[in-house]
Design a protein around this ligand. Structure first.
Ligand SMILES: [Zn+2]
Length: 383
């Protein structure tokens, strides 16, 4: 960071991530590009993470945003076509220790087996765009017991529950591939015959996981984590140490600026069971669905405990004008419609999929030219 942006508003553009689980149409359509090569477009990042740096237009030239500022958050759009890996994230202290240790060991940052990509934690919050399904946190022991009783193929697992959650889950993830295959074979046969279609039942997601990943031990997690459905506009927050996996749908995600992920299956990426197990919080989780709070006529906020970000949505009808003050380095992404943003004598016209960066403590007016949905990434108000 060596340059200084004059107070004001700047056109901003993010970075695409072509991970294999991504969809082909949603993100290209949103940001207005042709997906000629038919590549998966999994994520669109707006932030300063070195693995996907956003750019701002200064005096007519695109320049990396991280040359001007450090953003504490990373904003993303995700299009989940195939379920994501079972994962969790470290807390701040664990990330600092882990990152330093891997540096000391001389593991290159881009090595496949590198676990800590940076020294930051990664609390994350998501808002569903349309219907969304995810796995979020362990079920209670009683719920796991009920699931095993309902899923008779798992009956051999019942005695392992007696030692509690940690014993049970460690047992599952440390099974040999032979044991995994033996435990999952009759389940797979039933699901292949049934072809389940109910997305609110684990069988549906297990059926697809078998097709994508074979006898993967991640399939157990589909049954023993909470399966959560979010309708359009609902949110959920993932704290450090809470295991989770996105199953299907599209969302807006905001997180602390980090790429630290422990994976435990359902992925072609590096899996590290030890790292995951040693950083999990061994508590059952009751999913808390976040409904947004109204802030005035046009704006809504998704509140969470994170200090690195706050996600707002601005909904305007054709002709509405919304006045606001940026409280920090803010990023905006227009999901739908068309708006004109003004600050002092600056003016930026945003079409669907375009982004804007605003420096801290400036006044903005946002005029919608059509019905519009605008994402605002900001920080919680202090005090
Ligand atoms: Zn995550």
């Amino acid at each position: 960071m060596d340059k200084k942006a004059l107070p004001g508003i700047y056109p901003l553009k993010g970075a695409i991530q072509n991970y294999a689980w991504g969809g082909y149409e949603y993100i290209p359509e949103l940001i207005g590009i042709d997906n000629v090569e038919q590549e998966p477009h999994a994520e669109y990042w707006v932030g300063v993470h070195p693995r996907g740096r956003a750019q701002i237009k200064v005096n007519g030239e695109w320049q990396h945003l991280d040359e001007y500022t450090r953003l504490p958050y990373l904003l993303k759009i995700l299009d989940v076509r195939k379920m994501l890996s079972i994962q969790s994230h470290p807390n701040k202290q664990q990330a600092e220790i882990g990152y330093a240790k891997e540096n000391e060991m001389g593991i290159p940052l881009d090595a496949k087996h590198r676990i800590f990509k940076d020294d930051n934690h990664k609390p994350e919050l998501m808002m569903a765009i349309g219907d969304f399904w995810l796995l979020h946190g362990f079920k209670s022991i009683e719920d796991i017991r009920r699931t095993i009783q309902e899923t008779t193929e798992f009956s051999s697992l019942l005695p392992h529950l007696d030692g509690g959650l940690k014993d049970f889950y460690s047992y599952l993830l440390n099974m040999s591939q032979g044991e995994v295959t033996a435990t999952l074979t009759s389940l797979k046969m039933r699901l292949m015959a049934e072809e389940p279609t109910d997305k609110n039942h684990p069988d549906y997601w297990a059926y697809h996981a078998f097709q994508d990943y074979g006898f993967d031990k991640g399939i157990f997690s589909i049954y023993f984590y909470n399966l959560v459905y979010l309708s359009h506009g609902q949110g959920i927050y993932q704290e450090a140490g809470v295991p989770h996996a996105y199953l299907g749908g599209k969302n807006v995600e905001i997180m602390a600026n980090s790429d630290n992920v422990f994976r435990a299956g359902l992925t072609p990426k590096h899996v590290d069971i030890e790292a995951l197990l040693s950083h999990l919080v061994w508590e059952p989780v009751t999913p808390k669905i976040i409904e947004p709070d109204d802030l005035g006529d046009y704006e809504q906020a998704y509140f969470s405990p994170a200090t690195e970000f706050e996600l707002h949505m601005i909904y305007q009808s054709d002709g509405d004008t919304h006045y606001l003050q940026s409280s920090t380095d803010e990023c905006y992404l227009l999901m739908e419609g068309e708006v004109i943003v003004e600050s002092g004598d600056q003016r930026v016209h945003l079409q669907q999929g375009e982004c804007l960066y605003a420096t801290p403590d400036i006044a903005l007016s946002i005029v919608s030219v059509e019905d519009s949905k605008l994402i605002r990434a900001t920080l919680p108000k202090k005090g």
